[in-house]
Ligand binder design. Structure first.
Ligand code: ARG
Length: 583
């Protein structure tokens, strides 16, 4: 399935090379051609703008040496191609013509979205992310899910899809019996609303109730009785449960507001009327086996470490439902009621097996068909401290997310004060820099790997950081202000590329489309970060090499800057980064 609708230079070049291969090697089948066809963006300077790697693979098929094959595939100069050369063992380097780049850029001037139009065929995309557990604080593990999930949602929204952002909060099950019983005996006024409290207290009480549950038989019995009342929807129990959810919600919202993340709460409890029906469905299909009293579905290809078959438990021996039953129901609801075309679960690496089993079981039960719905678990690694272990506070507790964000803002405040920029709104700027830094550090590292959290590194103004990117952006704003830039009055001028650093920038602006497409496909936000980092570096080179104000090329260069600014704005808005105009 394609997730954006743009015509891309790589696609265009691929088509040209395909024709050329067909003509030069008429004996090859279409399958063979598809296998060897490969056009990529050149990663190194001095190797052209694009690179075709087909000659190396072709040489084996046609039994000729790669350089001689490559020589047969050289493109002639045209309105698109400036030059095309064989390099190294048989790479083909393609340089795009300046005239083509200029023409494209001048077209883009009239388009705030830089030619990346919203799709005419919007898909229903569900992005599930954040998903903390009620009565527990959000910790740094939830940070990644929240930031990555928000970024992917923003990307699909930008591409014109119909996105539903879901917070699958853990808000149902045994822990609530425990906590309700605890609060009823120790803090009854909290449950009636007479005593105000917050998530921090709730989380502490949750821990205390857990200790009592594990050590005090009487407490345990009463808690279990409380769960039964809750599951039977007794009004008093439901009221207490709602209160607990409400207190938690206020705590979460503070973080979402600070991060500027919008999300719809749809917790586990939402699916509980469906659970029985889903278990029935598996039973009707004869997929259920009883093992130790529990209803299990055994899946081919899933075995434990010792090689015994590994089941997914869909109903516990006491008749209760579990995490898997809820996920099986949620998938059913999302496919059948929400009519999702694509479902994305942004959840840590540790839950990969769980999701594989859920998806496989839903397929067996016949309600999920991978040819019709794209369902992806989007896993991510741990956040590590400088000691290489799971990120913790000095006292060894896992760091609360709210504290971490506030600390980053405080550190940003300190840095800004030291830089002493005149007439700067320190508080506002520090908030933007502090939050941007945390988000960007996460998004710019390869999602599937663990990453090391360091305030010092993420808040630097040099290197692949949010501040470095923002600095390039602020520079453009400042040039525009100095020039009293008004787009309308310059639209009769044209962009003309004279210096190599201008051509480099031009190429980057045009490539934003391919980058977004590749992120929508791979779900790897670091690709967009790498792109923006390069854009910032190229912009700084341009700024060093080319005079803008009072140069003969002033109008052209101001227009070029304007396009770079838009590329940053699109990139920042997809990454969820805020901008400032001064720093
Ligand atoms: N609440 C879970 C946790 O904190 C994450 C939920 C992930 N989503 C899901 N559909 N299972 O670990």
């Amino acid at each position: 399935m394609h997730w954006s609708n743009t015509s891309l230079l790589t696609t265009q070049l691929s088509k040209i090379f395909k024709l050329l291969i067909e003509e030069s090697f008429p004996d090859l089948s279409q399958d063979q051609i598809a296998q060897v066809l490969e056009v990529t963006v050149s990663k190194q300077a001095g190797h052209g703008h694009y690179q075709c790697n087909s000659a190396l693979k072709l040489s084996k098929l046609v039994k000729d040496n790669p350089r001689s094959v490559a020589n047969k595939l050289l493109l002639k100069p045209s309105s698109l191609i400036e030059s095309c050369e064989v390099a190294g063992p048989g790479f083909i380097n393609i340089t795009i013509s300046k005239a083509f780049l200029e023409k494209e850029l001048n077209k883009l001037l009239k388009d705030q979205r830089l030619g990346i139009s919203a799709t005419n065929h919007p898909k229903r995309v569900i992005v599930e992310f954040s998903s903390p557990n009620t009565a527990k604080e959000l910790h740094v593990g939830h940070l990644r899910s929240t930031i990555i999930g928000d970024c992917l949602s923003r990307l699909f929204e930008f591409l014109g899809h119909d996105v539903l952002r879901l917070n699958h909060i853990g808000n149902w099950g045994t822990p609530f019996g425990m906590l309700i019983h605890y609060l009823k005996t120790k803090h009854p006024k909290v449950l009636t609303g007479e005593e105000k409290t917050d998530l921090t207290h709730l989380a502490l009480w949750y821990k205390e109730s857990r200790v009592l549950f594990d050590n005090d038989e009487k407490f345990k019995k009463s808690s279990q009785a409380q769960v039964i009342k809750l599951q039977a929807h007794e009004p008093e129990a439901i009221l207490a449960w709602k209160k607990i959810c409400e207190i938690s919600r206020v705590g979460y919202q503070e973080i979402y507001d600070l991060l500027d993340v919008k999300i719809t709460e749809r917790g586990e409890s939402f699916y509980h009327d469906l659970l029985e029906q889903i278990v029935d469905l598996f039973e009707k299909k004869n997929l259920v086996k009883i093992s130790n009293g529990a209803k299990c579905v055994f899946l081919d290809d899933f075995t434990s470490k010792v090689g015994s078959p590994l089941p997914i438990i869909i109903q516990k021996s006491d008749g209760g439902y579990n995490y898997s039953s809820t996920d099986l129901s949620a998938l059913f609801q999302r496919i059948n009621e929400e009519k999702a075309d694509r479902i994305i679960y942004v959840v840590d690496n540790g839950q990969s097996l769980h999701f594989q089993m859920v998806f496989k079981a839903a397929q067996l039960a016949g309600y999920y068909n991978p040819c019709k719905t794209d369902v992806d678990h989007v896993p991510f690694g741990l956040v590590l401290g400088s000691d290489g272990k799971k990120f913790k506070t000095r006292s060894g507790d896992s760091e609360k997310l709210i504290d971490l964000l506030k600390k980053s803002i405080a550190k940003a405040t300190h840095i800004i004060n030291e830089r002493d920029t005149p007439s700067l709104d320190v508080e506002q700027t520090a908030k933007v820099l502090g939050i941007n830094a945390v988000k960007y550090a996460d998004l710019s590292s390869l999602r599937t790997k663990d990453y090391t959290f360091s305030y010092e590194k993420m808040l630097q103004f040099e290197g692949n950081t949010a501040a470095f990117l923002l600095y390039a952006y602020v520079r453009i704003v400042s040039i525009q202000t100095k020039a009293n830039f008004k787009l309308q009055s310059l639209l009769s001028s044209q962009i003309v590329l004279t210096e190599p650093s201008e051509t480099e920038l031009a190429l980057s602006i045009i490539q934003l489309r391919e980058i977004l497409e590749s992120v929508a496909h791979s779900l790897l936000p670091n690709r967009l970060c790498d792109y923006l980092y390069q854009l910032a570096e190229k912009f700084h080179s341009f700024f060093r090499d080319c005079q803008v104000l009072n140069a003969d090329e002033q109008n052209s260069r101001l227009l070029l800057c304007e396009l770079v600014k838009r590329a940053f704005e699109i990139g920042f808005s997809i990454l969820g980064l805020q901008t400032v105009t001064k720093m």
